[in-house]
Design a protein around this ligand. Structure first.
Ligand SMILES: *Cc1c(COP(=O)(O)O)cnc(C)c1O
Length: 368
């Protein structure tokens, strides 16, 4: 059997005619930037998240960066970032001139450990990046409480968690503002790059919209030295078609995860823990294993695709050599990067395929 790590094949086949109709509609409309499709998508996605405003932008990294910039965060400032996340979370901070300060995650949930945040707060701290890693919302009550105590902004990095919820509220509606990515492989993905800022803060939404559009409030009138970061009409139109299916796609991911959690029984493999107070949309199903590289090779030989999220922690990346954080300084992130393995997870995976993956994992033996 050949099971890829991820695939959009079945998903895209099921909506093919609606997607092509939408493409034709935009094509014939002859209007490609800042038109009706992006306006509609922004309305629909804000409503989906349960929030008031959505502003489309070029990608997830820009969404996070534009929020930070709109909050006036920059040189001399510090922003709390989990030590285990995709590097975009930290780069968004660095782009503003501020410094990312890494805080360790919990080993069980992989999400930032709120108990470790307070010790890293200084006079310069301005915000906390609450990453909903792998599709599971961060521990928002504890994070919001700390943010209230120290007057910090809370920015959700929801790039992996479209549709996930915490105590009944969806991501995008859990902090001060949220950045989403519509990179093709995300739970809601465009057919190219795309992103959005979601917030209940009207002033922030307006500022982000201006900053992402050359700092302009109306045509040829510029109040800021802005960026060009916009969601285009084709992607927005296609995302509108896909948004209608997102809950169904996420439900299938949760079903697959449910089977993995119930049926993978192997003392050499540690399963992820989902908190009772949230729904996890399993962008990534992350297990841990002491002999991760051996396990990966074994699965790949059986035709099972895998991935690592992420093989090198950010503080050990050459790009962040300037922070001078030595190996050993963030042991939880280092342990995760050395032991984590992502299993196949996508809408369209059949029960037989799920069974095959489970069977392979259950028959794997760690070396003495
Ligand atoms: C994908 C991702 C981003 C960046 O999104 P892009 O659209 O690729 O710029 C940011 N944060 C996390 C956690 C991500 O997974």
């Amino acid at each position: 059997m050949n099971i890829p790590f991820s695939s959009v094949g079945v998903m895209h086949r099921e909506i093919e005619s609606e997607m092509l109709d939408k493409f034709r509609e935009v094509y014939e409309n002859n209007w490609f930037i800042q038109g009706r499709e992006v306006e509609k998508f922004e309305e629909e996605f804000a409503t989906y998240c349960g929030a008031k405003y959505c502003v489309g932008c070029g990608n997830g990294l820009d969404a996070l960066y534009l929020i930070l910039r709109a909050y006036g965060i920059g040189k001399e400032d510090e922003v709390i970032v989990p030590s285990n996340t995709y590097i975009a979370t930290a780069l968004a901070v660095s782009y503003t001139g501020a410094r990312p300060v890494f805080v360790e995650p919990r080993m069980e949930s992989y999400n930032i450990n709120p108990e470790e945040i307070e010790a890293k707060i200084t006079e310069r701290t301005r915000a906390i990046m609450a990453v909903h890693l792998y599709g599971q919302p961060a521990e928002m009550d504890a994070i919001m409480e700390l943010a209230g105590k120290y007057s910090l902004k809370v920015i959700e990095d929801a790039a992996q968690a479209h549709g996930a919820s915490y105590k009944g509220k969806r991501t995008g509606n859990l902090g001060d503002a949220a950045g989403f990515s519509f990179y093709p492989g995300k739970n809601l993905g465009a057919l190219g790059d795309g992103g959005a800022v979601v917030t209940n803060d009207k002033e922030l939404a307006e500022l982000v919209r201006a900053l992402g559009n050359y700092g302009s409030d109306y045509k040829y009138h510029h109040i800021y030295q802005g960026n060009n970061s916009r969601l285009d009409e084709v992607q927005a139109g296609l995302l509108r078609v896909k948004l209608k299916e997102l809950d169904k796609w996420n439900a299938r991911r949760m079903e697959i995860a449910g089977r993995y959690l119930n049926e993978i029984v192997n003392p050499g493999i540690t399963l992820p823990v989902t908190s009772f107070d949230c729904t996890h949309v399993y962008h990534i199903f992350a297990v841990r294993c002491r002999q991760r590289d051996r396990l990966e090779e074994y699965l790949n030989q059986k035709g099972i695709g895998t991935n690592k999220h992420y093989p090198i922690p950010m503080h050990l990346q050459e790009a962040y050599a300037e922070l001078q954080i030595p190996r050993g300084a963030l042991p939880v992130a280092e342990e995760i990067s050395g032991t984590q393995l992502s299993l196949p997870m996508y809408y369209g995976m059949t029960e037989e395929e799920v069974s095959y993956v489970i069977e392979a994992l259950n028959t794997w033996k760690a070396e003495e």
